[in-house]
Design a protein around this ligand. Structure first.
Ligand SMILES: Nc1ncnc2c1ncn2[C@@H]1O[C@H](COP(=O)(O)OP(=O)(O)O)[C@@H](O)[C@H]1O
Ligand SMILES: [Mg+2]
Length: 303
């Protein structure tokens, strides 16, 4: 099989900005604007997992929410399969709301406690008019439940009857019930016990292969992102400071912020702790900084 060096991306983000107005004066003019995302560009290829890392508050979830069109963005473009999403009204967005799904960090608040598993997983299917026949729908849901490691007996149980890991499995089944192509996974394992984190990540990888999914995988835990991601973008204060293939980023981090982030990965060696680098904001962070390709596919912000 010949692989094109740059196949057409499934998701193409260009100059994305999302600013939140924190305060207005009496004339309604913005006096305090938070630049949560301030000019971010990257693409996600079909079938790949693109990791987005950075400390809390760096704008990762806001990027995810813009891609999901949960937010209108302030500037820039998000193309999904060639279609720019910001220009679409709700009606024309609807097919994209099926094709793009999400899994969030907190499986406690994202599942309606008054719905059982059958209803929870069936709800997105109803919204998108899939499987009108109840029996067929139930069969699809049961199969999906098994694929996420749960059982048919769980169909009539409620969220409170499950552990955190199981609830996240229900959320995953719910997201996949409408056969999406792209899933925004926003810290999907951060709230889970360490013992089940790897299981859920492995399952996400298996499901990706089986259903041909493309992932945006948001995390602040760098060790897990390396494992799952093909490429990784590092966010700092609303901007990407580095972007590279996963292994390249870990073996050859170029931006001082990435280096600091990597130095903070907990390692079992107690002496390594002293080598932790504390990142000091820098002239690198100048608003004029742009991503420069320093070697093939490896981009770093330079002022
Ligand atoms: N709906 C919102 N309204 C106002 N400010 C927001 C909103 N969502 C996020 N922010 C702010 O935007 C910044 C980036 O937040 P977020 O994207 O959640 O970061 P991350 O996911 O990297 O932790 C933070 O300063 C946060 O407080
Ligand atoms: Mg977040």
């Amino acid at each position: 099989m010949t692989v094109k060096p740059y196949p057409e991306p499934l998701v193409d983000v260009r100059g994305l900005k999302k600013h939140f107005v924190k305060n207005r004066d009496v004339w309604g003019r913005a006096t305090d604007v938070l630049k949560a995302v301030d000019g971010v560009s990257f693409e996600i290829r079909r079938g790949e997992t693109f990791g987005l890392v950075g400390e809390s508050g760096s704008g990762k979830s806001t990027v995810g929410r813009c891609l999901l069109r949960l937010y209108d963005y302030s500037d820039g473009e998000v193309r999904f399969d060639g279609q720019e999403l910001s220009k679409l009204g709700e009606k024309r967005l609807k097919p994209f709301r099926r094709r793009i799904q999400s899994i969030f960090q907190d499986p406690y608040s994202s599942l309606n406690p008054s719905m059982n598993v059958l209803e929870l997983i069936g709800e997105p299917m109803n919204i998108h008019g899939l499987y009108r026949n109840g029996e067929e729908r139930k069969e699809v849901i049961s199969t999906l439940l098994e694929k996420v490691g749960l059982k048919r007996e769980h169909l009539y149980r409620y969220p409170h009857e499950f552990s955190g890991g199981q609830r996240q499995r229900i959320s995953i089944a719910r997201a996949l019930s409408v056969r999406p192509e792209f899933v925004v996974c926003d810290e999907p394992i951060s709230a889970l016990d360490v013992s089940v984190q790897a299981q859920v990540v492995n399952m996400l990888e298996d499901l990706q292969d089986e259903f041909g999914l493309t992932y945006l995988f948001i995390a602040h835990d760098l060790s897990m992102v390396r494992h799952i991601s093909d490429r990784i973008g590092v966010m700092y204060r609303g901007r990407l400071v580095e972007l590279a293939d996963s292994d390249e980023l870990y073996e050859n981090p170029l931006h001082p912020y990435t280096q600091a982030l990597l130095s903070a990965i907990p390692v079992p060696d107690p002496h390594a702790e002293s080598k932790r680098i504390i990142y000091q904001p820098h002239d690198w962070d100048a608003e004029s900084a742009v991503l420069v390709e320093v070697s093939k596919g490896h981009f770093v912000a330079k002022a």
